[in-house]
Design a protein around this ligand. Sequence first.
Ligand SMILES: C[S@@+](CC[C@H](N)C(=O)[O-])C[C@H]1O[C@@H](n2cnc3c(N)ncnc32)[C@H](O)[C@@H]1O
Length: 395
Amino acid sequence: MKLFPNTVSGVVSALNDIFEGKYYTDKVIERTFKSNPKWGARDRAFVAESVYEIVRWWRLIRELSPSGDHYHLFGTYWLLQGNHLPDWEEFQGLERTTLMERHRRIQERAVLESIPDWLDEMGEGLLGEKWEKELASLNQQADVVLRVNTLKTSRDILKQKLEEQGIQSVIPEGYPEALVLRERKNVFRTPLFKEGLFEVQDASSQLVAAFLDPQPGMRVIDACAGAGGKALHLAAMMQNKGKILAMDVESWKLKNTKLRARRAGVSIIETRPIENNKIIKRLKDSADRLLLDVPCSGLGVLRRNPDAKWKLQPETLHKVQEIQKEILQQYPLMLKPGGIMVYATCSILPTENERQVAAFLKSTAGKDFSLLEEKKVLSHESGYDGFYIAKMIKK
Ligand SMILES: C[S@@+](CC[C@H](N)C(=O)[O-])C[C@H]1O[C@@H](n2cnc3c(N)ncnc32)[C@H](O)[C@@H]1O
């Protein structure tokens, strides 16, 4: 594959923003595309994929590169992919045989799998022998998975319409509303997306709404709704009948929920920012179903967000676990007696998952709750993101 100076320069400057400027990869890519409006689909795909893969393999690439210069880092990545480098001045000093020799000498798993030492040690400590396979799986590129909007179409019809646009997909077993694309494609630009026929949502994430067993006409609270991925799924399962209160401490995210609801033809979602704890208390015993899709480390979705490896620190992990604990102490009061609550994370760490639920059930706030079912989804077992879902009932 031929390299072009303008797109390689786009990759290099994106890496600079991510690692020196500390910006998030998805935002940097978005900005890079905006400032290069003339790039075609192939250029964009090259830039996005190169940036994501270099971020994913950052530690290994740095170890193998002759210097920390971002052109050298790009060149190292390019050679590791089995490609040839052009004779550009920026790539002087890079040579395949030396690089491969260095690679062969590396023994440490944390370097080979490109992850910080502390995370590798913690993962092994918490997941034991499953960690190595999980780590390898979390380093793979994620599939693009769609969730069909059953309010507007069916999975078979959507599959057919995608095919007409040249987008091939397969139906995965065990996920009734999912379609997995055969090849990565920017589906957000299709008219089908603009018509609200689907959302992009990983297959594991699609399991969460079903756990809540929402029924048409119910009153549901999604207390950590963010941009509304699961709220939209709940609305479709409820056939757009009843009420969903989408709440979040970050009100700007809820604006996105409203936009997406409009596109999806959903009218039952009401958004409410959580400005203080009074807002929670006023909703005491008001919901038939309560979803706590809590903030987490994101360690189950490293395939999608590899920069979490480098942005996450032991202190931030501790802080997010404290927030999960607080949410579990304060929010369940919104559920009616007899109601069902789901606690979910996109993490694979027991400290964010089953241990949080066990501690809640033992606490005063959890004394009326019992665990009905729990699912620990590991990426190497499912082939999709790592997730945790616990379903509880209130007496
Ligand atoms: C995993 S994300 C939610 C994703 C969303 N449910 C979806 O499916 O698209 C967790 C959300 O919790 C929110 N959050 C953080 N602290 C919170 C708190 N104390 N109460 C409610 N929401 C909180 C974050 O702003 C974030 O949007």
